[in-house]
Design a protein around this ligand. Structure first.
Ligand code: NAD
Length: 464
């Protein structure tokens, strides 16, 4: 099928490359010329395991093209994905101005090229499906308006009269940064929200190879469940999923804080409750709180939507406040061990909000750097990706070292901020010797306490 993906960030580029990989003809559009230049050269502007490889294959097979020309993308695609960012506004609402700009431009470029499905892949507030339809219609040129049917695309022969007919479908994205390509080929479910069976049928055809697990790691699994809903329910599913996961982490963090006080070990508690199939063992790792580009903004946006409709989302507000407090837990633990932080040197192991990504958006490390600076501590950091890229130059208040031993040199304490797999096998014996005080605050409960003590460290975990 012919596909256009508008916005080539973590979601758009992965979606475009994966759809090209399974045989569709994809044009990816971005208004960032620099990014487009990089992608045209077969390189991924983001770090995501496996992405460059499938991009390069798709380029070689002529299945994917990159451009800044949105008009060309709209002309090409029967299915047009909107995958631009929806960052948070200071009020907690989502900033939908990029979606609005793209929807309008799609409208301007609907020139009788046949029926199109416009897909909201960006996480957008509930009600955005109808809103996008309205904005697209606003953009349609006066002399093209008679090509767009009023009140949604008709089915059957009627449709052929309207060569600029379109429908909006909500197709929320659930990929995790760091395993985005894997998640796209091995999804737990595909959610399609829309009113017109024709649009839903096209979306099902698009995803069929994925639904049939032709590119899955385990091809013997039953087909991927496809849930078809109305527009608002699909939009709500995305927010509810992220709000649930964020709340689950805040829950275990609260349990960890109680464990710290009563002398229980939260890692054992998590194992004990996680074996209950009603609870499940995922998202039960206590630590320094959730961050990243999605959880904080999506939970805030849902709270805000509830507020708009006269409902106070108390549980979600508590999940947020537990998280805000949790993000300072490493600081508290540093103060307990080192007392005065002024004049001390603290080394952060990891900067990104989770491993296997280069994404620093709303990363707990940034909070920690700011607070440590405020208290007069010197902050150094080592991150397997950030240390090797130009991204380190954009950071202030922190010296980014190129390896873990340089990080340890002269430190009064280390803090594990991101659970990069590489951090399991560092030469901690040597690092302890290089430090002024061999203290490690394990903000992710990632290291083995006994091993760290054997290496000469004072080990402090979260709730253990
Ligand atoms: N990052 C994730 O893990 C994730 C997961 C699920 C859902 N989402 C949602 O998907 C959406 C995209 O997120 P992301 O992390 O990929 O964002 P991003 O910021 O990484 O990428 C957005 C891209 O859109 C481009 N863009 C902006 N305006 C444009 C325009 N007018 N025309 C063309 N391109 C334009 C930007 O240049 C950028 O490359 C958001 O709504 C987000 O909430 C993200």
């Amino acid at each position: 099928m012919r596909v256009c993906v508008i916005g080539t960030g973590y979601v758009g580029l992965v979606t475009g490359a994966c759809l090209a990989h399974i045989g569709h003809d994809v044009i990816c559009v971005d208004n960032n010329e620099e990014k487009v230049k990089i992608m045209k050269a077969g390189q991924s502007p983001i770090f995501e395991p496996g992405l460059s490889e499938i991009m390069q294959d798709a380029i070689q097979n002529g299945k994917i093209k990159f451009t800044t020309d949105l008009a060309a993308g709209v002309k090409h695609g029967d299915i047009l994905f909107i995958a631009v960012g929806t960052p948070p506004l200071p009020t907690g609402e989502s900033d939908t101005r990029y979606v609005e700009a793209v929807a309008k431009e799609i409208g301007t470029n609907l020139n009788g090229d046949g029926y199109k499905v416009i897909v909201n892949k960006s996480t957008v507030p509930i009600g955005s499906g109808d809103w996008v339809r309205m904005i697209v219609l606003d953009g349609v040129a006066e002399d093209q308006k008679n090509l767009v049917p009023a009140g949604g695309a008709p089915s059957g022969d009627e449709l052929s009269k309207y060569s600029a007919a379109f429908d909006v479908v909500s197709n929320p994205e659930f990929l995790r940064e760091g395993s985005a390509v894997y998640d796209t080929f091995n999804p737990d479910r595909i959610v399609l929200g829309g009113n017109n069976p024709k649009a839903i049928a096209m979306m099902k055809e698009l995803y069929d190879p994925i639904v049939e697990r032709q590119h899955a790691e385990d091809k013997s699994q039953p087909p991927v469940p496809v849930l078809v809903t109305d527009l608002s329910s699909a939009e709500m599913i995305k927010y509810a999923a992220n709000a649930f996961l964020a709340t689950k982490i805040s829950f275990i963090n609260e349990v960890a804080n109680i464990c710290d006080r009563v002398g229980a070990d939260v890692t054992q508690v998590a194992k004990g409750i996680g074996l209950d199939s009603r609870i499940g063992n995922k998202f039960l790792n206590a630590g320094i709180g959730w961050g990243g580009s999605c959880f904080p903004k999506d939970v805030s946006a849902l709270i805000h939507t509830a507020d708009d409709y006269g409902y106070e989302a108390q549980l979600l507000k508590s999940a947020v406040s537990v998280n805000e407090r949790q993000r300072l837990i490493a600081l508290e633990k540093l103060q307990q061990v080192l007392k005065i932080l002024k004049g001390k040197t603290v080394g952060l192991l990891g900067l990104t909000f989770k491993p296997d990504t280069d994404d620093l958006r709303d990363a707990p490390a940034l909070n920690l750097i700011e607070q440590l600076n405020r208290l007069g501590a010197k902050v150094k950091a080592y991150d397997p990706i950030i240390s090797q890229t130009g991204m380190r130059h954009g950071l202030s208040g922190v010296v980014v070292e190129t390896d873990a031993e340089r990080l340890a040199d002269g430190c009064d304490a280390l803090v594990v901020v991101t659970e990069w797999e590489q951090f399991q096998t560092l030469d901690y014996g040597k690092m302890a010797q290089l430090m002024d005080h061999p203290v490690v605050i394990d903000g992710r409960n990632f290291l083995n306490p006994e091993t760290m003590v054997r290496f000469g460290f004072q080990y402090v975990g979260v709730g253990r």
